[in-house]
Design a protein around this ligand. Structure first.
Ligand code: FAD
Ligand code: 5PR
Length: 385
């Protein structure tokens, strides 16, 4: 075993497990504050396989602080309305006033973040699997070597090896429904030919509860690409069928979406059951967990990536403000201050997922907007707490 200690010079050093949205955001935020940063990514390539994502003010503020607004705006879009339909009748049409939001593909967001990390001097090692973390600030890798830092971040997703090796316990809640997601071509002309009066640039949440629960969340991600998420109960074998969706079942309920459902049927899909994980704690010594490793949530309010990036950004800020010796205490204080926002978002998202309450539309009001409106870059955000 070789133990390599880095950052013995003036720059403090961080080791990060996972190059997803959380790991890359933490890496950029730390590098911009003068840290030397290395990210270990288990995958052989630096890429993101998911479909689409909606970002709100909370994450757009972070991207702006990183100087990435122009790049993000060039490759994403702001649909005119967020529309909800029940049995193909419009129940709400919201432009979500006062909250900036944009839609994009996940591979696009990942490429913007990974390019920015590299520009900031972050070292990203692909094919590097983390198998264990220790609270003193070390990571053990699958190749047998050990690395250490003043700060270690576990951003290795819902199956986190960092979390499990530290023996941090958690409770898991699964909902009865789950979802299969695809990126397909926009097919706007074909859709318009079927329904000329529909604004096909909107996000449209097509709910259907009778005769069976089959929902399609339709989210244009840019001029060319459309993100569709197909929700069905886990106990509906036809609705949740993968890797190839049951085209006849889906088009029987959502005939107006036939052109894009046909495209989805040509792609291999994975069905994910909604789940919420709540950990007994997010930190151990010099190790902090962020993103799905710490707080996987139902996607109803579209804040899983949002909370991942918020907590990645704020943990970097908290560790940077502390002296090296005080980092473990600073992480405990960071969790105390920031975690309640994520806890509340998890609870709200789980409630919507459990009750299928988004089928009523009108969800972007009141306390539901707390996460979307949060500004993790505002140094005065806790002044009134
Ligand atoms: P991940 O994205 O899972 O990244 C973890 C990374 O760590 C991966 O690259 C993985 O390969 C790597 N890794 C894993 N184990 C190891 C290991 N042992 N060693 C080294 N590397 C490892 N959220 C929103 O905010 N808005 C949305 O609209 C939205 N829509 C979604 C749509 C889809 C299709 C999905 C799947 C999720 C959606 N979410 C959304 C949720 C959000 O995307 C996730 O919460 C977010 O991706 C979590 O980021 P992460 O970096 O924590 O984890
Ligand atoms: N919103 C978004 C989303 O991707 C999903 C949901 C809501 C942006 C599914 O991943 O409710 O399932 C949802």
């Amino acid at each position: 075993h070789q133990t390599e200690v880095r950052g013995q010079g003036s720059a403090r050093h961080a080791e990060i497990a996972g190059a997803g949205f959380a790991g890359l955001t933490a890496a950029i935020a730390l590098a911009r504050r003068g840290w030397s940063v290395r990210v270990h990514e288990k995958g052989l390539e630096l890429r993101e396989q998911g479909a689409g994502i909606v970002l709100w003010n909370n994450t757009l503020r972070i991207l702006d602080a990183f100087g990435l607004t122009e790049e993000i705006e060039r490759g994403s879009m702001r649909p005119p309305f967020y529309e909800t339909r029940m049995q193909n009748r419009i129940v709400s049409d919201e432009d979500v006033p006062g909250i900036p939001w944009r839609t994009m593909t996940r591979p696009f967001l990942h490429s913007v973040l990974s390019s920015a990390a590299i520009r900031e001097g972050v070292e990203i090692v692909t094919g590097s699997e983390v198998v264990e973390a220790r609270d003193a600030g070390t990571l053990r890798l699958a190749n047998g070597s050990e690395v250490s830092g003043d700060l270690v971040i576990g951003a290795d997703g819902v199956g986190s090896a960092v979390r499990d090796s530290l023996d941090i316990r958690y409770e898991r809640h699964q909902a009865r429904d789950g979802i299969t997601r695809f990126l397909v071509p926009r097919c706007k002309e074909e859709l318009q030919a079927i329904e000329p009066d529909t604004e096909w640039d909107n996000v449209i949440d097509f709910w259907n509860l009778e005769p069976r629960v089959l929902r399609v969340l339709y989210t244009p991600a840019n001029d060319r690409e459309l993100y569709i998420a197909l929700m069905a109960p886990a106990d509906d074998a036809e609705g949740s069928a993968v890797p190839t969706i049951n085209l006849d079942v889906w088009t029987s309920i959502h005939p107006q979406l036939t052109p894009v459902l046909k495209k989805a049927a040509g792609i291999e899909g994975k069905y994910f059951r909604y789940q919420t994980n709540r950990l007994e704690q997010w930190t151990r010594g010099r190790v902090a967990l962020v993103g799905d490793a710490a707080h996987a949530m139902a996607p109803a309010l579209a804040q899983g990536g949002g909370c991942a990036m918020m907590n990645a950004y704020t943990v970097a800020e908290a560790a940077s403000a502390a002296s090296t010796g005080d980092i473990p205490d600073a992480l405990v204080e960071w969790e105390r201050i920031e975690r309640p926002y994520t806890d509340r978002c998890q609870t709200r998202s789980q409630r919507y997922a459990d009750t299928r309450g988004m089928s009523k539309g009108g969800q972007f009001v009141g306390e539901n907007n707390e996460t979307a409106l949060y500004d993790p870059t505002d140094p005065r955000r806790h002044d009134d707490v």
